[in-house]
Design a protein around this ligand. Sequence first.
Ligand code: UDX
Ligand code: ADP
Length: 470
Amino acid sequence: MIRTICCIGAGYVGGPTMAVIADRCPEVQVTVVDLNQSRIDAWNDVDLSKLPVYEPGLDQVVGRCRGRNLHFTTRVEAAIANADMVFLSVNTPTKTKGVGAGQASDLRWIEASARQVAACAQGHTIVVEKSTLPVRTADTVKSILSAAQGEVAGAGSPKTFSVLSNPEFLAEGTAIPDLESPDRVLIGGEDPAAIESLASVYGNWVPQERILRTNLWSSELSKLTANAFLAQRISSINSIAALCEATGADVNEVAHAIGTDTRIGPKFLKAGPGFGGSCFQKDILNLVYLCGHYGLSAEAAYWQSVVDLNTWQQDRIAQLVVQRLFGTVTGKRIAVLGFAFKADTNDTREAPAIRICKDLLEEGAQLAIYDPKVPAYQMGADLATEPQDAPTGGPLSGEGVWQRVATPAEAVAQADALLILTEWASFAQLDWADLAPRMRKPAWLFDARSIADLAAARAAGLQVWRVGCG
Ligand code: UDX
Ligand code: ADP
């Protein structure tokens, strides 16, 4: 019976996942730890609108459990020592240098947290991999833990460990419903008792038939494969979008037509500015690295092309904005609506907006960027430049400059174009009769998410381009 859980890493995965476990298992004490003091402070903020992760419904879940059986702290060692089960939910970005740079995951945080568990755990501890990891990472974790196995801390019983893989399938923006009603929960491992302990935690709210048990490597590989298949669908539909634009077809009609085939299904067929997020690119690159490692070069090239098409889609959109604005955007104001990688999140990791904005800045544009949830400092970190220090919504000066603005109306003031990059629901409601007259004519609407009311935009005098629409 699991009574205490510790989760290392209070990020987009660890925070919401532990909040839902605490909510659904009132008899389990859940402690989420992180080295980052300001992140922990934000999780403990009395003002629930200041949580570090924006997810619809998360504030209510945290509000119900925090202080009862959900705790956020930087006291990592004590939380590990008290835990029956430790989740590793730390960041695993793609390596930027050394062997496997640009493809393999950087496992330094996983290794550090495994070492911390090895040092601080007491008695028997079940260690659960939650971060997305390359296949066979459990081996690394196991060998670090087994080196500490048998040690006795004080008067306690000897340390023993079981390692499980329990990949997270939640999508940001819908994390709470995904966690509360998952399609499946996957548990990979070798120790049947440990597997059943974790299954019994989920069994508090997930039907047994949705809890799948596999071996460790199948579980790890299933996560990479699920993300690779999803991402591959997006690159596929984006390739068709370009063809639709060239031929006069409409990608939404094509997507609907093929999606009614039950073998294909209707989901994940939305053409757009390319996929972003912390998982898809990283996981495919992991797969490419893994295939290469085992000498499967054709397979590696196949998956690499999914990422290449995605990068191409982003560059393509930036280029066509330049082309439509008479071949130059130098010194022109462009309103960018949406910076997060998808709607209903404040996360910008690998957001298509980053590459597209960088391309346009490189071309000399002045960008007025609006996103309901992404703060200016995050945009600055992603664009690797400071915003121009000018009155918000007023004119910008010079070339290759940007500013975060507070409303779409501020963004479009004297702009030559408006570019929608995230499908925030409010962008479907934009009042074109109000916005269009604020722009410099001839003005363009570039709708990379197929969300705007094009008829209203046209009626208000704008020229329009929509992804996948010839
Ligand atoms: C993904 C997986 O869905 C999830 O199971 C896994 O645990 C983590 O990675 P996430 O990245 O949070 O989740 O969001 P997701 O909804 O999958 O969207 C990823 C990207 O694809 C976004 O940039 C989104 O805008 C884009 N997308 C998605 C499309 O362009 N078209 C679609 O049809 C669907
Ligand atoms: P994810 O999207 O996978 O949740 P994040 O980057 O949002 O990734 O969160 C990972 C968190 O893990 C970060 O807040 C980071 O500070 C934390 N972290 C990394 N290594 C450790 C560690 N050894 N101990 C505690 N926290 C850690």
